[in-house]
Design a protein around this ligand. Structure first.
Ligand SMILES: NC(=O)c1ccc[n+]([C@@H]2O[C@H](COP(=O)([O-])OP(=O)(O)OC[C@H]3O[C@@H](n4cnc5c(N)ncnc54)[C@H](OP(=O)(O)O)[C@@H]3O)[C@@H](O)[C@H]2O)c1
Length: 406
């Protein structure tokens, strides 16, 4: 039996400038959490409860880890947790670590003393200040410039990172933009619609290029994590609120999403900022699975995605109308109970980066109301292997990679 604890709030509310008119819902979206209390959930041996004590000591609130096999995800093989081959700290790149989930994750990892965090951010100064105000020590992190809305910047970042001489053990693709109230599309440096261009294409190029670096790492558990979202999954209540994610036959993506001789939307439709975000998250989740299919067996790298819960107070909602930003957090806290704090969400993502019990590849993690992780099911579209292959092939052309090129 699946219990859905989801959240609903209009993502676009019209208010006249004089403030007299009542709010009207134009388009709604859910940001919630899908909680499963399936009968087939079983505690993961005693190991989980032992692990749980360690986690609590280290400030992680996860308790017994429960797994629900995702029947719709590709064939999954589990990397055996091995003893660490090196005693050095792990190096993890986190994109968009200047605020919200990325910053909270960087902080959680830095605080363990076992990770050096490369904060890959478009605003260098903001990231430095954010790290300082989060109390991250100077030795715990390096800020490096990365603007995912420019493919040149992505390539430059990879060059700079390689010049630093640091090995790469984990890559976290976290940054995103969400433009639910935009009337017209805006574009990346190369002319792709901004949400898909940044959230998907920028990360696609970054992760394809850095795959080589991950392969070369001697760290015991190498991982590539891409942050997904419940809003892209139409097997949830949240994902069923219009505008729903739908990549269609990818005609807009194949045309370059430029809004001139092709639609700015992946499915070729009219521009809709909320849908573009959801579509980009479907691409993120499909990309993770395609990486898994192509590279997990050969490289042993863990490829995973996750939905950390509704972090209602992050900058993701900065483009929303003030009324939404005011009501969304209490609505999530008290009505849907899907709310998670930035701190808690950061600890969840940090678990996916570092914990030995989360090494399974090709999966999409979620957390239940007790903050226990479980393997969630992706929607039909977000787990469509043929679509994942097509998105991969079209995307590599758009970002200028020859097939299987690195
Ligand atoms: N908030 C939620 O409820 C929720 C739920 C599910 C999933 N997520 C996912 O969680 C991830 C983080 O979102 P968040 O909620 O933490 O939002 P956030 O606070 O707005 O963080 C987004 C980060 O992305 C960065 N970014 C945006 N455009 C960029 C670009 N062109 N190049 C490099 N970095 C860029 C931002 O940089 P600046 O600081 O310079 O703006 C910021 O650091 C996203 O993938 C989002 O889809 C969030």
């Amino acid at each position: 039996m699946a219990l859905q604890a989801t959240s609903l709030l209009p993502s676009s509310v019209s208010i006249y400038k004089d403030g007299k008119s009542s709010a009207s819902i134009k388009e709604t979206c859910f940001f919630g959490v899908s909680v499963s209390s399936s009968n087939n959930l079983k505690p993961e041996f005693n190991y989980s409860s032992i692990k749980c004590k360690e986690l609590r000591k280290r400030g992680f609130s996860a308790s017994i880890i429960r797994a629900q096999t995702a029947t719709t995800t590709p064939a999954i093989s589990e990397s055996a947790p091995e003893a660490k081959k090196t005693l050095r700290k792990g190096n993890v790149i986190v994109t968009g670590a200047s605020s919200g989930l990325g910053l909270a994750t960087a902080k959680a990892l830095a605080e363990t003393g076992q990770w050096h965090v490369i904060m890959a951010c478009r605003n260098f100064l903001k990231a430095e200040k954010a790290a300082k105000s989060a109390g991250m020590s100077k030795e715990s992190h390096t800020v490096m410039h990365l603007d995912l809305a420019s493919l040149d910047s992505v390539r430059q970042f990879v060059d700079n990172f390689r010049r630093s001489g640091m090995p790469l053990d984990v890559l976290v693709c976290n940054a995103a933009v969400y433009l639910p109230t935009a009337k017209e599309p805006t574009f990346t440096a190369e002319g792709f619609e901004l949400s898909v261009g940044t959230n998907h294409l920028g990360h696609f190029l970054l992760s394809r290029l850095l795959l080589e670096d991950l392969k070369q790492s001697d760290y015991s558990s190498k991982r590539l994590i891409i942050v997904g979202s419940i809003t892209g999954n139409t097997n949830t209540l949240a994902g069923n609120v219009p505008p729903k994610a739908n990549l269609g036959d990818l005609r807009g993506l194949a045309g370059g999403l430029n809004g001139v001789n092709s639609s700015p939307m992946i499915d070729g439709g009219e521009f809709d900022g909320a849908k573009a975000y959801k579509d980009s998250k479907v691409c993120n989740m499909l990309t993770m699975q395609e990486f898994h299919r192509r590279y997990h067996e050969e490289t042993g790298i863990t490829f995973a995605s996750l939905y950390p819960g509704c972090i209602a107070e992050t900058g993701l909602f900065r483009e929303h109308v003030p009324l939404f930003r005011l009501l969304f957090p209490p609505f999530q806290k008290y009505i849907t109970k899907g709310y998670v704090s930035e701190e808690e969400a950061g600890k969840r993502l940090a678990q996916v980066v570092s914990e030995p019990y989360l090494t399974k590849s090709g999966v999409y993690w979620s957390w239940n109301k007790n903050s226990a992780s479980f393997e969630n099911q992706l929607s039909k579209e977000a787990s469509d292997a043929e679509k994942a292959r097509k998105v991969w092939e079209v995307s590599e052309k758009l970002v200028g990679l020859a097939p299987e090129d690195n």
